[in-house]
Design a protein around this ligand. Structure first.
Ligand SMILES: *Cc1c(COP(=O)(O)O)cnc(C)c1O
Length: 385
């Protein structure tokens, strides 16, 4: 059976990435690897839209979040964290773990943080050193208006470090690191970067680099001072995940060929098709501010998640994601993040309508995919990979 991943991490691997990672292993302290690192770094700067450093780390995305917290802040600092789901909550837990004092804004799952809420929290906090938030909250399929929020922070709280979890937004949603005045932005290889899990990246502003020098936090493996000191010579402090970095390098070449604006447009088009397809099947969308990286919808009451998940996997080879936390068993999440084309959207909705019918839900065969096709036809087709 063909296996098809529709999960918001890990995401499917392009054939080009697989082939590149299949070459014989090279050593990392060589000119050959340094050339790859140099090329990769230029591409990463292009991806984040920054002229500053983007540090590679050998870890999943959470490692880059931890690196951000321990390097930019010191024990006793006050930061604002935004918890609108499982990943926002992770910023809070990380801050607490390292003795940093998080003032948490609790945002109901499926709704987006508003600039006014953040402004109020920043005014209410005593000397807030940073804001830690999630651009695309993967547990709820919700995106915030990062541009507006960043503009508010930069204008009204110029010294506050704006740290963004961009793990399901980088390479899917518009994000302009320098122009929007972001200080740290993290992403991981297994999301928009279409590569297996294991490497993560953090882009850093000049303000962030100054904070890194001043931080009194204890750090060793994730000490960004060490990484920054050798980044210009295309080196890493420890053995890097050579093969994965080659994979990311290839994925970024593919992305560069497609063009950032085209990639964002493709994600928007697929998100719209997925939303329309699910709605046509009679499913209610979960998020009030849906992200273009994935679509979350309520499961019909009569449908048992475990059975639906099982049917999708065994009958159609399709893996979708379920709900997390309080929403386990209540929602499903379909990814359109990374290596997807128009027909993938038809496929996933086709499988879903069949699986729903098999579970006894009164969907009509063809109704979901018809809505997907209509939606895709309406929007002018930009290039797909
Ligand atoms: C996947 C994800 C993470 C966590 O990444 P890991 O690679 O599992 O450590 C963090 N934030 C968001 C928004 C994610 O989607």
């Amino acid at each position: 059976m063909k296996h098809r991943l529709f999960t918001p991490g890990p995401t499917p691997l392009p054939e080009r990435v697989l082939r590149r990672m299949g070459s014989p292993l090279i050593h990392h302290r060589t000119d050959e690897f340094r050339r790859t690192m140099d090329h990769l770094h230029h591409r990463l700067q292009w991806l984040f839209d920054t002229s500053g450093p983007v540090v590679p780390l050998t870890s999943s995305g959470t490692g880059a979040m931890e690196a951000t917290v321990v390097n930019l802040f010191s024990p006793g600092d006050c930061v604002i964290t935004v918890n609108g789901g499982k990943f926002g909550e992770r910023w809070t837990r990380l801050a607490e773990t390292f003795g940093i004092n998080p003032q948490e804004i609790l945002v109901p799952w499926g709704t987006a943080l508003q600039p006014e809420q953040l402004r109020e929290a920043l005014h209410g906090a005593k000397d807030p050193r940073g804001v830690l938030l999630t651009h695309s909250e993967t547990s709820t399929g919700t995106a915030i208006d990062l541009k507006a929020i960043a503009a508010m922070v930069r204008k009204e709280f110029p010294g506050t470090l704006l740290c963004v979890d961009g793990i399901t937004s980088v390479g899917a949603l518009e994000l302009r690191f320098d122009a929007w005045g972001i200080d740290a932005c993290v992403t991981g290889s297994q999301k928009g970067l279409m590569t297996p899990p294991g490497v993560a990246f953090v882009a850093l502003s000049e303000r962030a680099r100054k904070a890194i020098e001043l931080s009194t936090s204890r750090r060793m493996y994730f000490d960004l001072r060490r990484a920054l000191a050798v980044l210009n010579s295309n080196d890493t402090p420890w053995t890097p995940a050579i093969t994965l970095l080659q994979g990311v390098d290839e994925a970024l070449d593919m992305m560069y060929e497609e063009g950032l604006e085209n990639i964002w447009a493709r994600h928007a088009r697929h998100a719209k098709a997925a939303r329309n397809g699910l709605a046509a099947l009679g499913l209610k969308l979960f998020s009030q501010a849906p992200s273009n990286a994935l679509t979350a919808a309520w499961l019909p009451e009569s449908v048992v998640w475990k059975e639906l998940h099982q049917t999708l996997q065994t009958r159609f080879g399709i893996t979708v994601a379920g709900g997390q936390g309080d929403y386990a068993g209540k929602i499903l999440r379909i990814s359109h993040l990374g290596y997807y084309d128009d027909l993938d959207m038809v496929t996933v909705v086709a499988a879903l309508e069949r699986a729903l019918i098999l579970s006894g839900f009164p969907a009509t065969p063809g109704e979901g995919i018809s809505a997907v096709q209509k939606s895709l036809s309406e929007i002018e087709n930009t290039r797909t990979p």
